[in-house]
Design a protein around this ligand. Structure first.
Ligand code: FAD
Ligand code: EPU
Length: 356
């Protein structure tokens, strides 16, 4: 059988397949060429233990791969990349608040729109985020005033330490700003499905800057959840480069959480410095985009590695940049932000083949 993504011969088990020396260029939104020694594709979730236990790669490093929209390949992956193809949706409980279960391989935005069409709300602010349902808990995806952890009831995963399927309740997921236990214990859990608690009716969250204005521009006076989704899609299309047109992984840096005193001193220097609540009373969140723009990097380009002219937080691959070139640019940007503002910024995407 020939795999159209990799152009290599694909061998088949029951419910899973693999190819060797597989190109990942079409599997990461930076569109960076990198190879995985093996690419395992899991078509049926029940086949996962058998696929993982094959002697060739049983003890090799494993890289779960969703849409590749939060990954930077700074080198090849000498191990097994693992893609989930299962895309089923079920509604185990229905009512005013339903329980909706999505399998790992479902494209996130399709799932959000499906949920809205089915009359559920709660995910509308997270519209148009690339990637898969399986990856959404990893960094607790967030946008426009909502984090997905608020809507998650249970994460279903294969625990590679205990070698069994487990159900992890939201309270044990360690969700925070771009944080979860899954991110920290990246080698332990393979997420196979996520259960969401979604209401049929809930107050809309319209506080994030720009949502009201966008709804107004659309002529919507009394919005419903679908209107909010439409508004957010438009805002995002305006602000962020489309990875189909120019390679990127969204925000390349997390917004730094700093001591309150540092945030105040930056505001003393420039009263326009944006400052947001932190994760405790004595911390504040700063805008990495603002710091990078004010360090002079917005729109910068060297070869094919650059900073988006539309959004200073988005590093872009204009064509044939390597992961190492993107990393080198990221390091220069972080060093200059540190020097100018005394603030350390850290990458949001997982970097393969280099350390920060
Ligand atoms: P991948 O990039 O494939 O993987 C990301 C990490 O999750 C890796 O460590 C990977 O090993 C792990 N992983 C993937 N699947 C599994 C699984 N099934 N089990 C265990 N581990 C797994 N993020 C936001 O939070 N908010 C935004 O607004 C946002 N906007 C974006 C806009 C653009 C244009 C782009 C390109 C990215 C944006 N992102 C945003 C980042 C990204 O879309 C999310 O982090 C998304 O959840 C990544 O999903 P993915 O399937 O592409 O994961
Ligand atoms: N700003 C600039 N220059 C820019 C862009 C933004 O100075 O080029 C400043 C402005 O002051 C603006 C502020 O940054 O008001 C915030 O900008 P934006 O609303 O675009 O949000 P962000 O902090 O840059 C975060 C997330 C995004 C998410 C948006 C919307 C992080 C690291 N990024 O970006 O998530 O979509 O908020 O909620 O938290 C991602 O994680 O990949 C991602 C795109």
């Amino acid at each position: 059988m020939t795999d159209t993504m990799t152009n290599t011969t694909t061998n088949t088990g029951t419910g899973w397949r693999f190819s060797e020396n597989a190109s990942l260029r079409e599997r990461n939104t930076f569109h960076i060429e990198a190879k995985a020694r093996w690419l395992l594709q899991i078509d049926a979730l029940g086949a996962l233990p058998e696929a993982l236990s094959q002697p060739e790669w049983r003890d090799a490093p494993l890289l779960p791969l969703g849409g590749g929209s939060n990954l930077l390949f700074a080198g090849d992956f000498d191990g097994a990349a693992l893609a989930f193809n299962a895309r089923g949706v079920r509604i185990p409980e229905d009512g005013d608040e339903a329980l909706v279960r999505g399998e790992a391989g479902l494209p996130w935005h399709d799932f959000v729109r499906w949920s809205l069409d089915a009359g559920f709300c709660g995910l509308e602010n997270l519209s148009l985020i690339p990637g898969t349902v399986g990856a959404c808990p990893i960094q607790n995806i967030g946008a426009y005033g909502v984090e997905v952890g608020e809507r998650i009831e249970t994460v279903e995963a294969f625990d590679r330490v205990e070698r069994r399927f487990v159900r992890i309740a939201k309270k044990d997921c360690g969700f925070g700003y771009r944080e979860s236990i899954f991110k920290h214990d990246a080698d332990r859990y393979l997420i196979v499905a996520v259960e969401f608690r979604l209401p049929r009716h809930a107050p809309l969250k319209l506080n994030y800057a720009g949502i009201d204005e966008q709804l107004l521009a659309m002529g919507v006076a009394t919005p419903n959840a679908r209107d909010v989704s439409d508004a957010i899609i438009r805002i995002r299309q305006r602000k962020l480069p489309d990875p189909a047109l120019v390679g990127n992984a969204g925000s390349f840096f997390k917004n730094p959480i700093v001591p309150q005193a540092l945030a105040f001193s930056l505001q003393m220097r420039d009263e326009k410095t944006p400052v947001f609540p932190g994760d405790s009373a004595d911390t504040r969140k700063l805008s990495a985009a603002w710091l990078i723009e004010h360090a002079g990097w917005k729109g910068f380009r060297e070869g094919d590695a650059g900073v988006s002219p539309n959004h200073a937080l988005v590093l872009v691959n204009h064509g044939n940049a390597s992961g190492a070139q993107i990393m080198q640019l990221a390091r220069r940007i972080a060093a200059s932000v540190q020097e100018k503002f005394g603030v350390a910024i850290e990458p949001e995407p997982r970097v393969i083949g280099a350390t920060w």
